[in-house]
Design a protein around this ligand. Sequence first.
Ligand SMILES: *Cc1c(COP(=O)(O)O)cnc(C)c1O
Length: 399
Amino acid sequence: MAFKPANNIQDLQYFGEFGGVNPSISDSSTYTFLSAKTMFDTFEGNADGCYLYSRHTSPSNLYLGKALAAMEGTETANVSASGMGAITPVLLQLCQAGDHIVSSRTIYGGTYAFLKNFTPRFNIETTFVDITNLETVEAAITQNTKVLYCESVSNPLLEVANIAGLSALAKKYNLKLVVDNTFSPLSISPAKLGADVVAHSLTKFINGSSDTVGGVVCSTQELINDLRNVNSGASMLLGSTMDSLRASSILKNLRTLHIRIQQHSKNALFIAQKFESDGLKTVYPGLQSHPSHKLYKTMMNTEYGFGGMLTIDVGSLEKANALMEMMQDKNLGYLAVSLGFYKTLFSAPGSSTSSEISLDEQKEMGLSDGLIRFSIGLDADIERTYNMMKTCMTNLNIL
Ligand SMILES: *Cc1c(COP(=O)(O)O)cnc(C)c1O
C-alpha cells in the first residue's frame, strides 16, 4: 500500500493538560523532582516520561519530533533550532577524524561551506560529485567513506537524487545515506526509499510562514539517542535546541502542510509550463523536459505533486535583477531568499544563497548568472500572476 505521510500526521492524538485540543506548552527550562533518585535516573536516561532540562528534551519538542517522524516514516526524530543545527550535528555524529563523506555538489550553500571549509579542520574530508550519476558516486567511495549526502531535490539546480539507487550503494559499502528533504516534504519520503537519515530545514515549507528558523533529523531511535547522549551526543553538546514555544507553533502549521504543498505544486506546475512554452529556459521536476522527471515520478507520493520550486535562466545577472525588482514592484512576490512562504519568493542564487560556492565551481555545476530561483506561492489566481509576470518580462525584453 502507498505510504500516506499526511494521514500519519493526522492520526496522532494528544490533548493539553486541561483537555485543550492542542498539547500544553511546557514553558520551563528546568523541571522539579519529588525524589532525588529519580533525578539521577533521568539524567542517566533511565526514567521515561520524566523531564530534566529543556536542552535535553521538552514535551513540546517531543510532540513536534513525533509528528515529523510520522511524516517521514522513521522511528523517531530530534528537532533543532535551525536546519543547519540539524544537519551539522548528524554529520559530526556519523564521522570521526579521518573519515570521508561523498556529497552531491549541488547542495544548500551553508551545508556546502560546512563540508568544504569547516569539517576539514577535524580531518573529515568530502568529495563532491554529480549525484545523478551513480557510477561517479560509487567511484568516489573510499575505505574511509562513512556517509553519502544529498538533497532529494537539490538547491538551487533542482537535480533529483535517485534515493533507492544511492541506498543500494550505501548498503553495499556499509555507509549511512543522509538526505536533506527540505525542498520536497510529503512529495518524497526518503526513508521509505532507503535513506538512513532524513533532515529538514523546518524554516521552509514545513513551517511555511517565514516567522522562524528550525530543523529536524528523522532516523532510528539508536541514532537519535546517540545525538542526544549527554556524554557524546553532537546535538546535545553543540546545543542548537529549539524553543518550546516555537515547537508548538511549528506543530500547528505542520497540520496544514498537505493542503499548502498541493497548492504550491499546482501553481508551480502551471507557471513552469507557461514559462517553458514562452521559450524561457525553465527547470521544474514536473516538466517532461527535466532530466529526472521520470525518476521523480517513480519516487513521489503522487497527490503532492512536484513541489513549489522552479528556476528560469534569463541570460544575465542584470536582467535577473531588473526582473526581480519589477516583479516585487508589482507585488507578485518578494525579492528574498528562503522558500515555502504564501507569497512567491525569488532570488538569484549565484549572488545569494549559493555565494559560498566559488564562481568557478558554480560554473562547473551549471549555476549561471542569469538563474532566478522561484518558490511559488499559494496564489489563489495563478493565471493572473502569470500574466503579470509575463508583462514584466515583455517590458524588459526577456520575452
Ligand atoms: C535553508 C536550507 C537549509 C538550512 O536551514 P536553516 O533553517 O536555514 O538553518 C538546509 N538545506 C536546505 C535545502 C535549505 O533550503
